[in-house]
Design a protein around this ligand. Structure first.
Ligand code: AMP
Ligand code: ZN
Length: 132
């Protein structure tokens, strides 16, 4: 898509701090990182989100994290853990599918702080999801 900034990054029309690339995906540093080494994995082809992406790209990306990116982050940045996240629709700023690869450090403050006041009891959520 011509007006998509991640398509521009994928096609080398816009600069990025590229860490890895192959024929399917590109991995680069997030410009506004949650922690040191926060990366994004994008498919080179434009998909909006998890609804339309080819599942094979997801499998390829998760294997890439397991085999290459997490070991790299451990070796070079000495991270203590890894959080993987991916936003769709609400919460998704850039409408080109991407996976956040966020190294974690014992002194970081990258905790999920979802609004506790709007949480339903677990049993209510379970019954909505399963009709039980
Ligand atoms: P999301 O909210 O899941 O759509 O995340 C979009 C992410 O893209 C944010 O973490 C931004 O910091 C990051 N971002 C936006 N533009 C760029 C860019 N040109 N290069 C690298 N990261 C970017
Ligand atoms: Zn795109």
């Amino acid at each position: 898509m011509t007006d998509c900034i991640f398509c521009k990054i994928a096609n080398n029309k816009m600069k990025s701090n590229t860490i890895y690339e192959d024929e399917k995906v590109k991995v680069f540093l997030d410009l506004n990182p949650s922690t040191n080494g926060h990366m994004l994995i994008i498919p080179k082809k434009h998909y909006q989100d998890i609804k339309d992406i080819d599942s094979e790209i997801i499998l390829h990306s998760i294997a890439l994290i397991k085999v290459t990116l997490f070991p790299l982050l451990k070796e070079k940045l000495h991270c203590d853990g890894l959080t993987i996240s991916q936003n769709n629709e609400y919460g998704q700023e850039i409408k080109h599918f991407h996976i956040h690869v966020i190294p974690r450090y014992t002194n970081d403050d990258n905790v999920h702080t979802y609004n506790k006041e709007i949480l339903l009891p677990i049993d209510d959520v379970y019954s909505k999801l399963t009709n039980k």
